[in-house]
Design a protein around this ligand. Structure first.
Ligand code: MHO
Length: 165
């Protein structure tokens, strides 16, 4: 989590917010995000493949692991950006992508992240922005299984938007 050779200490955050192609590309645009990778978390199969995760049967969510510089971007600001980049009221889907692998979820790496994520969720729930309660789950992080290389920076390399379905 920390950069050994400098005083900069980067931190890690992990989010599921639908198809990971678009989520990664949005996080990468934030000032203070140093790196982002796509992968799978929260399931019960080791080293899952994309095809396995697509079935919705492995329990994994498509996630983005964000490496950020907390002196430029606070975890709270990152969580707020996560909420803003998708519709957190949708249950087990995001837009055209339907299935538990597309659920809205914050995987926390320590108790401080857990507390901040819960505060941000409560604040958004109480803000009146949505008519229905947020579906976002807040859970301790598990294994991050990095997705196949062709999924990394997919939109930046291929251009365009997430496909339909
Ligand atoms: N409906 C999208 C899902 C891709 S995302 C990596 C597509 O197949 O284009 O799950």
């Amino acid at each position: 989590m920390s950069d050994i050779n400098s005083e900069t200490r980067f931190e890690k955050a992990t989010f599921g917010a639908g198809c990971f192609w678009g989520v990664e590309s949005r996080f990468r645009k934030l000032d203070g995000v140093e790196d982002a990778s796509v992968g799978y978390m929260g399931g019960h199969v080791d080293q899952p493949t994309y095809e396995q995760v697509c079935t919705g049967q492995t329990g994994h969510a498509e996630v983005v692991e964000v490496i950020f510089d907390p002196t430029k971007l606070s975890y709270r600001a990152l969580v707020d950006a996560f909420f803003a980049l998708h519709d957190p009221t949708q249950v087990d889907r995001q837009g055209p992508d339907v299935g538990r692998q597309y659920r809205s979820v914050i995987f926390c790496h320590d108790p401080s992240q857990q507390m901040i994520a819960e505060q941000a969720k409560t604040a958004l729930d109480q803000s009146g922005r949505y008519q229905v309660p947020l579906a976002t789950a807040i859970e301790p992080a598990g294994n991050f299984w990095r997705a196949e290389e062709y999924h990394q920076q997919y939109l930046a390399r291929r251009g365009g938007q997430c496909g339909i379905g």
